[in-house]
Design a protein around this ligand. Structure first.
Ligand code: SF4
Length: 504
């Protein structure tokens, strides 16, 4: 509703998440309260992370079993009243205890009666305690304490990424419990002022706040598409590896376009190549370096790519929280102008690693060089397999010894054209080098989608839909290695004297 040119805000009540949103940016809080239609909806990957976080929260309750759980669907007012009744009844543990104080609402993941008073536990699905989480515990403490509850200790519960599952889940090992009481208390004095500032900002019209580093940190703001709408599609914000504060120094100085960057603004060599290529269209191709790189490669050449999934709570033995588990590979083998293809896709719901490595060892046995794109990823996965399944260690070592990283010439800017937009990821390099080969029309078009699709397979019954997703996964991964073949061909052609080489 607009009154006298001012938008009247709907409500000054805040939830814990609205408070932390307001700490990041008052405009974000205002838009959330008044222009929710501008908010970007979470994509499938963010939604999957939310869902995983909820599952971790429910599992952590079992650290303190036997408590009473309050269901969100019962309604806030009812849960606030029920929390007070449970506390008065002498209960020991409540999950999602709900409080309101100073018009701010909080739900405490686990509230437990300790020896000297009540204890609050905030559960996070991360593998460490981060400073920003103290904002959550601080506002929860402020609210619960404000209702008169005697809280003596505050804890953050997070996953322990050093825990390796063997047999049944060991919750005491899976979770780490950090005492954050002191840090939480240290922030109490600031909260009344912070809430006052947020409410003042909510009383007026849309805050006049320009974009800034706070648009992406500590969280990616879900109003970016609105606030960043006037930023050109390609701007100083696209200079790869330029630190955020330096980008904003340019922006606040009125510079948005690459051509306006002052001559005395220091850029690394790689950044200068990106800027010059964009402004002039010049191609940067360092033939001698590319030739040197290619000299490390011998036929038969394997072009290899892995797909992985990860999950906060390990499902299998010898798996850690968030460990990347390879479930699929594609392998093209090139020799004397002939191209053969091999692939593997793990059975959903079963630990894929043993079958994966058995087939991979067999399929790569003839390869003298194994090309991957970004070798750190594949090598780390192989080393983890060797650690978790020592019987394969020797074979794994032999694969690693033959790996060469096809990303090298692109990371070193030995081949750079403007279409790469400062990136050396294969998703940018491929369309720039081989425009006719594209991921655009694939049902599964990136690693994140592949991971989510595979994770969903274990919950599906056998049938056409499951078959189609498996097929989509195979098509996607195969394109990744075919892309590598075509990129290698192109590099080889560039370095040959004209008319001497024609590959495939
Ligand atoms: S995009 Fe940036 S300026 Fe806009 S609401 Fe979010 S944090 Fe604030």
């Amino acid at each position: 509703m607009i009154i006298n040119g001012m938008r009247k805000t709907g409500s000054f009540f805040l939830s814990k998440s609205q408070f932390t949103r307001g700490l990041q940016c008052h405009k974000s809080l205002w838009l959330f309260k008044n222009r929710r239609e501008l908010q970007q909806k979470p994509d499938a990957s963010l939604q999957a992370r939310f869902d995983a976080g909820n599952r971790v929260g429910i599992l952590a309750q079992q650290l303190f079993p036997g408590g009473t759980s309050l269901e969100y669907k019962s309604g806030i007012s009812k849960n606030i009243q029920r929390t007070q009744e449970l506390i008065a009844s002498g209960i020991e543990t409540i999950y999602e205890a709900t409080f309101r104080h100073d018009s701010v609402l909080a739900m405490v993941d686990i509230l437990r009666k300790g020896k000297n008073g009540w204890e609050m536990y905030e559960v996070k699905s991360t593998t460490e305690t981060k400073d920003i989480f103290i904002n959550d515990t601080a506002i929860q403490y402020y609210i619960a304490k404000g209702t008169g509850l005697d809280i003596t200790r505050v804890f953050l519960v997070h996953l322990n990424n050093q825990y390796t599952r063997r047999g049944e889940l060991d919750l005491q090992e899976l979770f780490t419990v950090d005492n954050v009481t002191e840090l939480t208390l240290d922030r109490q004095a600031d909260i009344p002022q912070q809430l006052g500032d947020m409410r003042k900002s909510l009383e007026g019209g849309e805050p006049s706040i320009d974009i800034g580093p706070y648009c992406t940190a500590p969280y990616e703001c879900d109003f970016k598409s609105y606030c960043w709408q006037n930023i050109p599609e390609y701007s100083i914000f696209d200079i790869a590896n330029l630190r955020s504060n330096r980008k904003f120094a340019l922006y606040y100085g009125g510079i948005l376009h690459l051509q306006d960057i002052p001559a005395d603004f220091t850029l690394s060599d790689a950044m200068q190549i990106q800027v010059e290529a964009e402004l002039t269209g010049r191609k940067f191709i360092h033939t001698r370096n590319i030739r040197e790189f290619l000299s490390k490669i011998s036929e038969p050449i394997g072009f290899m790519d892995f797909e992985t999934f990860m999950e906060p709570v390990p499902s299998f033995d010898y798996q850690r929280p968030y460990q990347q588990i390879p479930f699929q590979y594609s392998l093209h083998i090139s020799e004397d102008g002939n191209l053969a293809h091999h692939e593997f896709l793990g059975e959903p719901g079963i630990d894929p690693r043993q079958a994966f490595i058995e087939k991979l060892l067999e399929d790569t046995s003839s390869c003298r060089t194994i090309l991957v794109y970004n070798q750190a990823f594949e090598i780390t996965r192989l080393q983890e397999i060797a650690k978790n399944f020592p019987g394969f260690a020797e074979g794994v070592e032999s694969i690693i010894a033959r790996i060469v990283d096809l990303m090298e010439p692109f990371r070193n800017k030995d081949y750079y054209v403007r279409e790469m937009c400062g990136s050396h990821s294969i998703k940018h390099v491929l369309p720039a080098m081989i425009p006719d080969l594209s991921y655009n029309n694939l049902a599964i078009a990136d690693g994140e989608m592949a991971m989510l699709s595979y994770a969903g397979l274990s919950r599906m019954d056998d049938g056409d839909e499951k078959k189609k997703i498996c097929q989509d996964l195979l098509v996607y991964c195969k394109l990744d290695t075919l892309a590598m073949v075509r990129i290698w061909e192109k590099l080889a052609n560039i370095t040959q004297p004209k008319g001497q080489l024609s590959l495939f």
